[in-house]
Design a protein around this ligand. Structure first.
Ligand SMILES: [Zn+2]
Length: 185
């Protein structure tokens, strides 16, 4: 696989592979009728980026990403953008990052301020934080995290998955090692 890179533009932070960069004509040379291509960020067109180390994937990171996959396979398909899924990963200091499925930005999950590049609201941010704590501390999640109904199932789930999809995503999630066992799905 080609080198992993991150766009250096602070408001973009596209994360991907060198092979995914776009090739554009360099305007400096085009003026002289020479065809010289620049490799640029496919999201913002910036030609400045830096190398990123490979993500560190532990067993618990895999468990968290398995939950993301289950959520992405049901209902409104949170964490899925045209088949690309959000992924969690560790850095070498043991810190957890989430690569957003839509913006492709790598977001630092220990940051208390605004998560720039995270395309979801507070409910899913809280869920990512709970997955982060599982990755770091092994603290399993209650099934109540998944398509929560806030005490009364007749009011529907707050994710807006709808009754059937909410029940299905909970049943599938309940099988996963990241979820605390012995609770009602
Ligand atoms: Zn960019």
């Amino acid at each position: 696989m080609s080198q992993r890179i991150e766009c250096s533009r602070r408001t973009c932070r596209w994360t991907g592979r060198e092979s995914e960069l776009s090739e554009v004509l360099d305007p400096k040379y085009a003026a002289k009728s020479l065809t010289v291509y620049n490799r640029v960020c496919p999201k913002c067109g910036c030609d400045s980026y830096y190398q990123l180390p490979e993500p560190i994937i532990t067993e618990r990171v895999e468990h968290a990403n398995a939950l993301i996959k289950v959520i992405a396979e049901h209902g409104r398909k949170f964490f899925d953008h045209k088949g690309a899924l959000a992924t969690l990963e560790l850095d070498k200091r043991g810190r957890v990052w989430v690569v957003d499925e839509y913006t492709k930005a790598r977001v630092y999950t220990h940051y208390r301020g605004h998560w720039y590049g995270f395309n979801h609201g507070g409910t899913l941010r809280d869920l990512v934080c709970a997955m982060r704590d599982y990755i770091v501390k092994g603290k399993q999640l209650s099934i109540e995290w998944i398509a929560p109904t806030r005490w009364n199932p007749d009011n529907g789930d707050i994710w807006g998955y709808g009754k059937e999809a909410a029940a299905a995503v909970r049943a599938a999630a309940a099988q996963l090692p990241i979820i605390k066992q012995g609770e009602q799905a």
